[in-house]
Ligand binder design. Structure first.
Ligand SMILES: C[S@@+](CC[C@H](N)C(=O)[O-])C[C@H]1O[C@@H](n2cnc3c(N)ncnc32)[C@H](O)[C@@H]1O
Length: 208
């Protein structure tokens, strides 16, 4: 059976960045939401960052320290190659988010299109435990998933789709009283093949 890591290494190994369905040239919604909540000098982690352009956009905005976590070593290698010397300005972590044990806290946690792959309740519980451990009190979690009317699969895998209220209810169920929904946007991502995908991006404040 293919492991999760093998699946993603294979997905990245077989295509140019610009051919990946989740590719976006400019991480506009992510960056807008992060810059609203991230004080200068405060730490941000991009969960399942893959080869996204977010890390360099944050560096260019003078923010950080920036950490990118992904279970695909192939994705991280490609992201590092693209950044060249600037790769040394980013902290790279190869880990599965359902097993990661953070050794510090972050002011902002960002996830674009990872949580929705967690179709197993145990994995969602592990994710939220890690989120709680990694985020500072008063910090912000920004989680983008396929919207309730979004696609049912991505990269050949089934996903769970969420409206912001459904995502908030799931976080509340798994960590009662910890995360408050503070804002949400809906947007349409157009894949490199021209397919429209409905997303929602929700921001949560951690109690503190
Ligand atoms: C759809 S891609 C999105 C990539 C990136 N966030 C972006 O917006 O371009 C999903 C990413 O999550 C990573 N991923 C999937 N499951 C993961 C897990 N359990 N732990 C860590 N990373 C994971 C994949 O390797 C991939 O890079």
């Amino acid at each position: 059976m293919t492991t999760r890591r093998e699946h993603w290494d294979h997905a990245y190994g077989g295509a140019e960045d610009a051919d990946l369905s989740w590719f976006e040239a400019e991480p506009r919604h992510s960056l807008d939401a992060i810059l609203q909540k991230l004080p200068p000098g405060a730490a941000v982690v991009d969960i399942g960052g893959g080869t996204a352009r977010l890390a360099e956009a944050l560096l260019e905005a003078g923010r950080g320290p920036v950490t990118v976590l992904d279970l695909s070593r192939e994705a991280l290698r490609r992201a590092q190659d693209r950044l060249g010397e600037r790769a040394a300005e980013v902290i790279w972590i190869a880990a599965d988010i359902t097993a990661w044990q953070p050794d510090r806290r972050y002011a902002v946690w960002h996830d674009r299109a990872v949580f929705h792959f967690l179709t197993d309740a145990k994995d969602r519980a592990a994710y939220v435990r890690t989120l709680d451990a990694a985020l500072e009190p008063g910090g912000t979690a920004i989680i983008a998933t396929f919207a309730a009317d979004g696609p049912e699969r991505c990269s050949g895998l089934p996903v769970r789709r969420y409206a912001p209220e459904q995502l908030a209810a799931e976080l509340e169920r798994l960590a009662p009283g910890v995360f408050t929904l503070t804002g949400a946007v809906r947007f349409t991502h157009v894949t490199p093949r021209g397919v429209e995908q409905k997303f929602q991006q929700s921001s949560f404040r951690k109690a503190g």
